[in-house]
Design a protein around this ligand. Structure first.
Ligand code: HEC
Ligand code: HEC
Ligand code: HEC
Ligand code: HEC
Length: 131
């Protein structure tokens, strides 16, 4: 019998390499806001080409979106880039906490409204995937 070139050990080593490389690529390659936290989607995922968006919008400061937490409050100064919003904002509503959908809507639309730039209507963010 011929030996298979890919033993389970080789395969798992490849998987580790791939997983290690993925986070470094993810933010450049992002085209949409990740939606894994939502159990079921009722809208197409919101368009968001991370790096291109931030370049066009002139957002060099990561804390413009990636804030932290201190004593249960929003800590605007701490940089949490790379931590999913859902780590702190649960999908389900809890007293005194901004649930995930509202956290996104307030942050994204809030800035677009104050700057009078960027989409503010449902269909301009939740665009059906191009065919
Ligand atoms: C500035 C962009 C933006 C606009 C405008 C916007 N959304 Fe969203 N919305 C998001 C983001 C980001 C999320 C979280 C990621 C996702 O689900 O795509 C989200 C999530 C949602 C969700 C929860 C996930 C799901 O698919 O069920 C619903 C429902 C939703 N939006 C409805 C709306 C409706 C209705 C409007 C218009 C009144 C709207 N959104 C306008 C960006 C936007
Ligand atoms: C306009 C808002 C905004 C700005 C500014 C911003 N990000 Fe993000 N970033 C996001 C959103 C939204 C996500 C997805 C969060 C989630 O998964 O819940 C994200 C995700 C990431 C991820 C994870 C990628 C992945 O696929 O898991 C990294 C890393 C990241 N950002 C780094 C940065 C760095 C570094 C900066 C500053 C140079 C920055 N971000 C500025 C909005 C922003
Ligand atoms: C380390 C925890 C943490 C992370 C990560 C985090 N937040 Fe928050 N955020 C908080 C806390 C704490 C508050 C204040 C209590 C509340 O409203 O839930 C807050 C408040 C908010 C508010 C409402 C208050 C305001 O000043 O606008 C929005 C909107 C928001 N976050 C959006 C986001 C988005 C979008 C992301 C991901 C890009 C994110 N947050 C990531 C902890 C976090
Ligand atoms: C701090 C301000 C700010 C925040 C936060 C922000 N945006 Fe924007 N966004 C802008 C500006 C400014 C533009 C217009 C850029 C230009 O001149 O083309 C824009 C443009 C866009 C566009 C149009 C296409 C593009 O990429 O330029 C989309 C889609 C968009 N934003 C989605 C989002 C989503 C989704 C979020 C939340 C995860 C978000 N934005 C958060 C400032 C912001």
């Amino acid at each position: 019998m011929k030996r298979l070139p890919f033993t389970p050990l080789v395969l798992s080593a490849l998987a580790v390499l791939f997983l290690a490389a993925a986070p470094a690529l993810a933010q450049q390659d992002m085209t949409h806001v990740p939606t894994e936290a939502f159990k079921k989607l009722t809208r197409p995922p919101a368009a968001f080409a991370h790096d291109t968006h931030n370049e066009k919008a002139g957002l060099a400061d990561c804390t413009a979106c990636h804030h932290g937490e201190k004593d249960g409050k929003r800590d605007a100064a701490s940089d949490t880039a790379g931590i999913p919003c859902s780590d702190c904002h649960a999908v389900a509503a809890k007293p005194g906490k901004t649930p995930l959908e509202r956290a996104f809507h307030r942050q994204c639309m809030g800035c677009h409204l104050t700057q009078k730039k960027g989409p503010v209507t449902c269909g301009d963010c939740h665009k059906p995937a191009a065919k």
